[in-house]
Design a binder for this molecule. Sequence first.
Ligand code: R5P
Length: 296
Amino acid sequence: MSDTSVIAGPASSELAEKIAKRLGVQLVATDLRIFSDGESKIRMIRAGKNCVIVQSTHPPTDTHIMQALMMARKCAEDGAHDICVVIPYLAYARQDRPFLDGEVVSIALVAKLLEAAGVRHVVTVDIHSQLAMSHFASIQNVSSIPLLADYASRMKLQRPVAVSPDSGGADRANEFAKRLKADAVALRKSRDKTTGEVAVDEKLDINVSGRDVILIDDIISSGGSIIKAAELLRKKGASKVYAMCAHALLIGDAAQRVMAAGVQDIISTNSIPGDHARVDLSPVIAEALESRHSSA
Ligand code: R5P
C-alpha cells in the first residue's frame, strides 16, 4: 500500500494515526479552522495517489459530514486515483427508510453526497442496518463484536448473559455470546415513532437472577434503551450490569443517567473518541483496507 496516504480527519485523528501505523503508510495531518458562524475550513498537504480519509460523524454530525466531503473534494482536485473514506460511526444510518409519511431517507442523501465529492468506497463499523448499506454503491461493514467480546472475556464475569435491548439486535447479542461462551437473550422494545419514548416488555426469556449481564447494542445515544433494559434486569435480580456498544454517542448527561440506572460501566470502541472508548478499532479497519487493496 505504498501509494496510500491516511488522512487524519479532525473527528478521528487518533484513530487515523493508529490505522496509518498498522498499515505502515504516510499519515497526512489536517489543519482545521472553525469560523464564528460554524463553517469549517480544512487545509491538508497533498496526499498520495490513493487516499484513505478517516472521519467519524458523531456530533457535531453535519459539521463532521461536511468536513469529510471537503477532504474528499480536495483529494479529488489533487488528482487522487482512489478515494476511500473510513467513517467508523456513520450518522443517519438509522434513517434508512421513511418511517412516517413525508420523511427523507437521510442515509441515501449522505451516500450521494460522498459519491459526488469523489468517494469511491466507504468503510464503516457496525452499521445500523443492511438497508442502510444498500444505499451505497461500494461499502464495507466491519464488525466490532470480536474485539468487544475479547475485552469482555477479560472482565471476570459471573455466569454472564449477553442481552440485546431490542429484537433487532438479537444476532449481535448471539454472536457476542458465542464468542464469550455465554447465554444470550433479546428484549422486546418498542419506541413511539413520534416522541421517541422507549418501552420494554417485562417478560424475560431467561433467568438473570444472580448473573452478570452485558447489555450489547450498536449505539447508545440518549441512553433511553439501555436505561429501560438495565432497570428491568436489575428488577429481575441481575447481579452486575454492564453496557457495551460500538458507538457511544452518549448525548448530554446520558452516561450519568445510564450509570444511575444501575449500570457498572459503559465500554465502547474508539469509533467516537471519549472516556468510554476502550476498544481500539484500528486492527479490524486496517485489515479491511488491506483486503480491499489486495483484491483490487
Ligand atoms: C436502535 O434500534 C439502536 O440499535 C439503539 O438501541 C438506539 O439507537 C439507542 O438509542 P438510545 O440510546 O437513544 O435509546
